[in-house]
Ligand binder design. Sequence first.
Ligand SMILES: [Zn+2]
Length: 415
Amino acid sequence: MKKQKTDSKLYTYRFRIYSNKEQTAFLDEQIGCNRFIYNFFLERAINLFKIHNIKFNYYESKKILPLLKKGFPFLKLANSQSLQVSLKNLDSAFLNFFQGRAKFPKFKKKINTNSIEIPQHFAIDNSFLYIPKLKSAIKVKFHKKVYETVKSVKITKTPSGKYYVNMLVEKFAYSPYMPKKTVGVSTGIDLGLKDFAIVTTGKSLNDKESYKIPNDKYLARTQKKLTKLSRQLDRKIHKRSKRDKTTPSKNYVKFKNKLSILHEKITNQRNDFLHKLSLRVISDSQVVTLEDLNIKGMVKNRHLSKSISDVSWYKFISMLEYKADRFGRQIFKVNRFYPSSKTCSKCGYIYKDLKLSERSWTCPVCHTEHDRDINASINLFLEGLKIGKELTELTPAEYAPAGYQNIGISHHTMK
Ligand SMILES: [Zn+2]
C-alpha cells in the first residue's frame, strides 16, 4: 500500500457571471488579445521551425511580448499577466505535444469557447468580481459559498455568448464537510450500457441493496433534438469545404447558434446528472469499488462507442474521485480482468463461458439465479467490503477526521 499525499488539492468552482454592455465589450477585448497572442506565437513557432529548424522557446517568446505592444497598440489595453499566461499555455501545449500526450497545438478560433486567466490582482466580494483594468465590478451568481482562498480566476466565454468565472482554490485534507457516519458501508458500481450504472450498497452480504440507475431520459430527449437540428443546419447555405467561397446564409448562422445553445444544454444536463449521482454514492459509503475499465480501448470499438461516450463514464469516475477526496472516502478500482460478471456472488463459482448476450444465468453449483449486471455489482461490493475491513483495522476511521481517512489506495488491483 502506498501512502498518497493528501495535504492539499486544487479545485475549481464555476459560476455564471452577468456583465453589463460595457463590461462585455471589455471582456471580449481581453479575450481577443489573449487569443491573438496565442495564435501569433503559434504561427511564429511554426515558421521558425519550418525556416530555421528552431523549436518554440517560452523564455525567448516572453521577452518579445512587451515589444509586440508597439507593433500592435491594441495590446496595450490587455492585462499583461493574462497575456503571459496565454503564452505559458502555448508552452504547455507544445510540451504535451513533444511528450506525446497531445496533438500539435491548434489555432484558437473565435467561434469556440475562449478564455482569459487572471493570476493576480483580482478581488471577490459578496456577489462581485473585480479584475485589473476594469473599474466596475462584474456581477457573479454564486450558487454556493466559497470558503477557501481563491488562487486565480479564469473567465470563459461560451460559443453562445455566456460568460463564466472559474475560481481555483486549494482545499486541505481536513475538510469542512462532516459526512454522515458510513463506517463499514461498501458500494459496488457496475457501469452498464442499457442502464448507466448498477449499484449495490450495504454493510454485509445479508444487509445490502442493489438498484439500477437508468440513463438520463431528459438527456436522450435533448440529444434527439440535436440530431434533428444538425440535419436542418446542413441543409442551409454554407461552405461545403475549406476552398468553398460560399457565404453562409443568415438562416445558417441562426441555426448554428441554436445548435451551440443545445450543445451547452446537453453538457449541463449531463453534468447535473453525474454530479447528483456521484454525490449520492460518495455521501452514502465509506468504500466505493468499481472496475478499472479501459475506456479508451472500448471507445475504439465502434459498436459500443456511441453509448459509452454518451454516458460519460470518464467524467463520472473523476467526479467520484474528487468527491471521495473531499469527504474522506476510498475509491478502489479492481483490475479489469477480474471476472465480476462471471463469478457467482453467492458461492464463488466462476462461469467461464458467460457470453455478452446472456443477461441472466443460473449458478450450476448453488442454483442462484443471477441478473448479470446486479451480480457484477454485488461482487464489486464484496471486494470493497473486504478492503474496507482491512482499512478499519489500519486506521480507526471513526476517530480520524474526514479527509485523513483517505489513505489513498486508489489503484487496487487483484490478480
Ligand atoms: Zn453459486
